[in-house]
Write a protein that binds this ligand. Structure first.
Ligand code: GYE
Length: 323
């Protein structure tokens, strides 16, 4: 009997010891809750951007509320209002156009929720409406496209290059700044002549429509096609071939983004130059959002490093693009 009592006593002591010494479970820090309004799914850039943000949210342990606005600003505004009502920690969004955000961003500010711009930016007189902008230097992208063309004109000994331009979504930051960067760079080069600039809204189908119109109107006068994104370039390419021209030879094609499908055509020589515009902004966004939540200082503008690819270089070393 005594032996049994001794065993029970020892067991009770062990339990008491374990309970007493058990370190208190640290309450897990609640994950950052991030509301993200994505503008749509219009291009491989956009789809790659959404995918990267979702993957990086998981990797960083961020609780992500993703909303796709399907190319409508009003849907983005409604999504931001839902994020405010839900009281997320941080709001981020890729504004489809630059104007029309002051009211809803003021509501976010009054709710004490910081806002990060991703990819594109907004035009506002109140700098306090967002804390940071993470995205490409679109003006520089236009400059890099023009620098490529200037070098190509020198190599080919051209004294005239007649250019058609297919622009992106009206009043969006990439459309305005790519246009300005390109034409500011060639402004004093008398060889460069703009035939016409038409809007393709960053869409493949509209790229095809635009080039059909331009080929109909200008035909073999066209020496250069400057397209603001790969999607529109990919729409234009079959139309150029259909019209009996050899893209990359009869006409110089310059594009922007650098997704796999376009890079493969660059390797084939059907596109001459692609200026990179990376959609892989997820890590920068998660790190910035976490810093903001912790009250740490963040950069006002964060540009990823980007470059231009030319069909004249050795592209065999390029790793898969991932978008
Ligand atoms: O070039 C295009 C997308 O905002 C930089 O939007 C982005 C642009 C990109 O539709 O493919």
């Amino acid at each position: 009997m005594k032996a049994k009592l001794r065993v029970v006593a020892v067991l009770l002591l062990c339990c008491a010891f374990l309970c007493g010494c058990q370190p208190k479970q640290q309450a897990a820090e609640p994950a950052l809750v991030l509301g993200f309004s994505q503008l749509g799914s219009e291009s491989s850039f956009r789809i790659g951007n959404t995918k990267d943000i979702e993957e990086k949210a998981k990797a960083y342990g961020v609780s992500l509320m993703m909303d796709n606005a399907n190319q409508k600003q009003e849907n983005q505004i409604n999504a931001i209002r839902r994020f405010i009502a839900y009281r997320v920690d941080v709001i981020a969004f890729s504004p489809i156009v630059e104007e029309g955000w002051d009211n809803v961003l003021t509501e976010a500010k009054q709710a004490g929720i910081p806002v990060i711009l991703v990819d594109r930016t907004v035009k506002t007189s109140d700098d306090s409406l967002y804390i940071s902008q993470i995205g490409a230097d679109f003006y520089r992208e236009g400059v890099m496209a023009a620098e490529y063309l200037t070098k190509k004109a020198d190599e080919l000994g051209k004294d005239k290059l007649r250019i058609v331009e297919i622009t992106g979504t009206e009043n969006s930051t990439p459309m305005k700044q790519r246009h300005e960067g390109f034409w500011d760079t060639v402004a004093n080069d008398s060889r460069m002549e703009l035939l016409e600039s038409v809007n393709g809204d960053f869409l493949r189908s509209r790229g095809a429509e635009c080039i059909r119109y331009l080929l109909e109107k200008y035909g073999n006068q066209i020496d250069v096609i400057f397209s603001h994104n790969d999607e529109m370039t990919l729409g234009a390419l079959p139309e150029i071939e259909q019209a009996g021209y050899t893209p990359g030879q009869d006409m110089i094609l310059i594009s922007i983004d650098g997704g796999q499908e376009a890079i493969d055509l660059l390797k084939e020589g059907k596109i001459n130059c692609i200026v990179e515009c990376t959609p892989m902004l997820g890590s920068l966004l998660m790190e910035t959002a976490q810093a903001v939540k912790e009250g740490k200082p963040v950069n006002r503008v964060i540009h990823p490093v980007e470059r231009a690819f030319s069909s004249d270089e050795d592209l065999s070393v390029l790793p898969p693009r991932g978008y």
